[in-house]
Design a protein around this ligand. Structure first.
Ligand SMILES: Cc1cc2nc3c(=O)[nH]c(=O)nc-3n(C[C@H](O)[C@H](O)[C@H](O)COP(=O)(O)O)c2cc1C
Length: 169
């Protein structure tokens, strides 16, 4: 796919615990010339605590403490937000990264979530939180990953097309 850099300054901001969301965002960044910010949850979950602590926190809408704590998007036209799905919700770190966005008002935003196929309310919650920051929602997307790490190519193609449509003047 053709690489666009000049039309729209783009930033990908995302949380990724095990790499799937990172993989998607890196591909979008490679295609668009976007910058990437991967937020890290200071909770540093292990295999057990991610379910014992992370899931209840995701369900309750908890906001994590993440690094970086703030991300200024003043210099960008398009913001792509990414999160894994935890219990049908965005991760606490993804909620934190949206709260930490500075100068997001009226910026175009595209929401991406990755899951094993049951995204629940994740995209809707991400869109709602982003619009609450004054951002202007273009579209929401979901990419399914199977247990072996392979992704749904149709969903990925639809996502890439939506991003490229945004890049056109
Ligand atoms: C704590 C936890 C909860 C999850 N909950 C769901 C879920 O509700 N629905 C689903 O389809 N996948 C669920 N998954 C699978 C992840 O959403 C999926 O593997 C995602 O692509 C991981 O993204 P990442 O590699 O960027 O962290 C869950 C995974 C974890 C670790």
């Amino acid at each position: 796919m053709k690489r666009h850099t000049a039309c729209m300054r783009t930033i990908c901001i995302y949380h990724s615990q095990t790499g799937n969301t990172h993989f998607v965002m890196e591909e979008l960044a490679g295609m668009t010339g976007a910058g990437c910010v991967r937020v890290v949850d200071r909770a540093r979950y292990g295999k057990a605590t991610i379910f014992l602590l992370g899931v209840p926190r995701a369900l309750s809408g908890s906001i994590a403490t993440v690094d970086p704590t703030e991300i200024d998007v003043q210099d960008y036209d398009l913001v792509i937000l990414g999160t894994p799905v935890w219990a049908g919700r965005p991760t606490p770190a993804a909620r934190a990264m949206i709260e930490g966005i500075l100068n997001g008002s009226e910026k175009k935003v595209l929401v991406v979530c990755t899951s094993r196929g049951e995204p629940g309310d994740t995209a809707a919650i991400m869109a709602e939180r982003a619009t609450a920051k004054g951002m202007s929602l273009i579209s929401s997307h979901h990419v399914t990953f199977s247990a072996d790490g392979s992704r749904n190519n149709e969903e990925m193609t639809a996502l890439k097309k939506a991003v490229m449509d945004c890049m056109e003047p």
